[in-house]
Design a protein around this ligand. Structure first.
Ligand code: P6P
Length: 334
């Protein structure tokens, strides 16, 4: 048959089922969950593509979220898209997101042993009003125990408990990148079909890349060891800087071209800015599956056991060689 036709038929749901041969009972569920993620992505991509043409899409709501960050209208819309899409899934009991202090419970969906979705609905929302790429990050976990006190303590476990993780990047094309522990796979949204079509399978991150990606505006807030690393890449041939302001875009470039992305802690905020459970851990899961590494500077991201839902973490993530190069400058724990 026509190769293009075969390719166009490798939709996300078919690919998930192919991956899931060895997953047993979770197989159907994960396929349905990934389809819901895809629907959320399509709804958000559609909104972004018309942002300038519609009232009430761009700009700020005037609110400040639980993190003390000013909220963009798109943050709210995207958060509600995930809630609405997963309410109908019949599979997810709990949704935890950067936009909500407490998890959102979907009681009618809740036979115990079902799934929890952790997500950052719009990561990099500072790019919303300037038409630059940004993304959504997601992580799927099995719900364990009853969570009867609503404190979601079973979510406070390390990132190796994730069943699936990935992101949607809203760029010149909308792509969905995911892993369920069996490699990293790229899908591109074909708007004429309304389907995410497989465009690359078992993606591997290059061992080394020339790009370091960090906000050098924080240079004087960092520990001296990070400044030493920056001086090294400044004076060494073969390095270049790229930083978009949206981590999903910077991580996607790092995954495709190699290199390292870092968001260190500062002297005032040693824990850094990025969230562990729904930003760094899902991306670390992906990058490790692609043969790269993700560390806090002291331990692997996927081994960190959070003490609270919105816990932040420093992050150094990317090609093995480039992450190791950063580590070589960090003060060794005495
Ligand atoms: P800064 C966006 O708010 C975000 O969470 C990431 O997407 C991005 O990499 C980072 O923060 C940008 O933060 O402090 O460099 O503006």
């Amino acid at each position: 048959t026509d190769k293009t036709l075969d390719r166009d038929c490798t939709t996300l749901s078919r690919h998930v089922l192919q991956q899931l041969q060895s997953f047993g009972p979770n197989a159907q569920d994960l396929s349905a969950l990934m389809n819901r993620i895809a629907l959320a992505g399509k709804l958000i991509a559609r909104r972004f593509s018309r942002a300038g043409l519609m009232e009430d899409v761009l700009g700020f709501t005037g609110e400040v979220n639980v993190q003390g960050e000013s909220v963009k209208k798109m943050d709210i819309y995207a958060n509600e898209v995930f809630i609405s899409v997963f309410k109908q899934s019949g599979l997810v009991c709990r949704l935890a997101s950067e936009e909500m202090e407490k998890p959102y419970y979907i009681p009618e969906n809740c036979p115990i042993g079902r799934y929890t979705l952790l997500y950052d609905p719009i990561d990099g929302s500072s790019n919303t009003d300037i038409n630059l790429s940004l993304g959504s990050i997601f992580s799927i976990r099995q719900q364990e125990g009853t969570d009867s006190d609503g404190e979601a303590k079973d979510l406070l476990t390390n990132g190796r408990k994730q069943l699936a993780a990935g992101y949607i990047i809203y760029g010149p094309s909308t792509m969905l990148v995911y892993s369920m522990g069996t490699g990293v796979h790229f899908f591109t949204l074909d708007p004429s079909l309304g389907e995410f079509i497989l465009t690359e399978e078992n993606v591997k991150i290059p061992e080394h890349g020339s790009v370091y990606s960090v906000n050098e505006g924080n240079f004087w807030q960092w520990d001296e060891s990070y400044r030493e690393y920056i001086r090294y890449v400044h004076r060494t041939e073969g390095y270049t800087a790229r930083y978009s302001g949206a981590m999903v875009s910077d991580i996607h470039r790092t995954l495709v071209q190699g290199g390292v992305f870092l968001y260190p802690g500062t002297l005032q905020k040693p824990e850094g800015k990025l969230r562990l459970l729904y930003e760094s851990a899902p991306l670390a899961f992906l990058i490790e599956q692609a043969g790269g590494r993700a560390t806090t500077g002291k331990m692997e991201i996927l081994d960190v056991v959070p003490k609270q839902l919105h816990q932040r973490t420093p992050l150094i993530i990317g090609s093995k060689q480039d992450v190791a190069k950063v580590e070589s400058f960090l003060k060794k724990e005495d």
